[in-house]
Write a protein that binds this ligand. Sequence first.
Ligand code: MSP
Length: 626
Amino acid sequence: MINFKTFFISTAIDYPSSRPHLGHAYEKISTDIIARFKRLQGYDVHFSTGTDEHGIKMQKSAERAGKSPKQFVDEMSVYFRELCKVLNISHDDFIRTTEKRHEKAVMAVYNAVKKHGDIYKGFYEGLYCVECETFYTESEAPEGLCPTHKKALDNVKEESYFFRMGKYQRALINHIKKNKDFIVPESRRNEILSRLREPLHDLSISRVSLKWGIPLPDDKKHVMYVWMDALVNYLSTIGYPEKRYNKYWPAVHVIGKDIVWHHTVIWGSILLSAGIKLPRTVLVHGFVNIGGEKMAKSRGTVIDPIELVQKYGSDYLRFFLAREIPYGEDGDFSEEALVDRVNNELIDNYGNLFYRATHFTKTNFGGKVPKANLGKDEKRIAQLMKETKKSVEKHMDDYRIDFALKEIINLSSHVNKYFQKKQPWAASKEKAATTIYTAINALRTITILLQPYIPDAASKALKALNVRKIDWKDVDKFAIKPGTKIDAIILFKKIDEKELRKKEDALEIKKVKHEAVPLSRGNFVKLEDFQRLDLRVGTIIDVKDHPNADKLILLKVDIGGEVRQLVAGLKQIYSKEELKGKQVVVLINLEPAVLRGEKSEGMLLACDDGTIISPLKKVKEGLKVR
Ligand code: MSP
């Protein structure tokens, strides 16, 4: 049978300039939960994710790694595929912007926009942030700093092609006002509407100073602006410019709060110009923070999700992120909270019920679901199953994966209480049979609803319950018939923190043995710590006294256009004037394993006259020396 109900959902495509972090994982997990849920409901889903591989940011990262851009992105993109795999992401396509099919779609969109008379040549002069690959006006970037990255912006002055974005301001405002679900949640919608009260400028869409990107078809010395290139991935993944793209378009784009403008205003106006429908919804999630703050390399708080999965497994991480973070808002990650939620809400509640009910069936009813005689309490459970399914549906229609999960956990708590109240172990066989029949059927409903969140465990559980086919309309019914053979299994193992620590220690010791290089007798530095070292040459552009420490000074160092603030104790060696303009060597990435407790955004190692500022000993101390 042909399925006419289609649903297209995408994540943003990630910059593979460094390895994936927990924020990337969160976006993929939340999108996967929605995609799996829609499939359960019977939709023919297309779910895309991928990597955004062109632009200045990637070009510079490749240079730093001493590789060609192509070699660099080929290698780095693998980590993002790997991330999808370990997180159990059910994407249908992983798209890379360096693929031919993508280039073809970009050309087609560009030509459509051009045909519409919306491209013209001009001269661009303004501010640019390489980190977010975005132009800023002076009012958007006070003091010349990027509003997102707080780093000094580049001054760009060059010939450029422009897209007549300003022309679409009215149409965009109308669309946003008319279509309440175009930007979700409402707070983000209001933000964009308020920004659109200011005049909308045309967009510079090409660079001559950049080599790494898609050349403009009609003027090859210009390379396409990376966002104009990247956004089109949502069309290339579904076969645009071929007509078949219509099967899935328009999409739901899941993105983080930092790129809403790009996905609504820039993407929206490009589509309007090219004569393509606007996305169904731009669904904006918040950021995963650590200790209430944005993850930052300089503070060593960038969390590697692949390591987390190795430690806890993908189901636990998925469950935790979906449960803990209010969808659409920022939330905090901590391992303590993860252990707490998983142990108490997943394992003690659902896992425990699953084991007790299936085990009781095995020992008392030969593993076969018994016949029941439903009374008032059972009818109440049946009612709760129906209500839960309904409210889960409603929350998922609003894309509140967190609220939906809470409802499912609540249902599980109710069934647990019911089981406890009925005490089948102390009841007559007939009464016990009714309790077991009810609990097993409720477990089926709970498990199916949990499946998008914990696909691994749910698939084992459904197999044990002998559930082979799921029909969405029967999800809240007592569909497991008496006589059905089921298995008793333990779905989860409680996270034992002591046990975990022992495991970690053992792993660490093993790692040191295999990966460490001796510095001197008894001292070891892990190879991976050395690999993380990022040494760069910069120029001191500003020197100030430290506000709180007599012996220290504050330096601003320009490292290839990126300005870092360093704290140094150079007063005895140089005067402030001597330092200005000096070339220095800076150790950039202060990751936790590399340097601890350092607040500045780098460490000064040496000056161009050969003075070693920071004795190597200090660097060695900072490294995780064993
Ligand atoms: N390449 C662009 C997107 C182009 S889409 C056509 C980009 N890449 S990114 O790697 O910087 O970010 C990818 C996604 O991860 C974005 O949606 C971004 O908002 C999200 N996140 C980045 N850091 C995050 C957190 N700390 N928490 C949650 N999501 C975050 O932007």
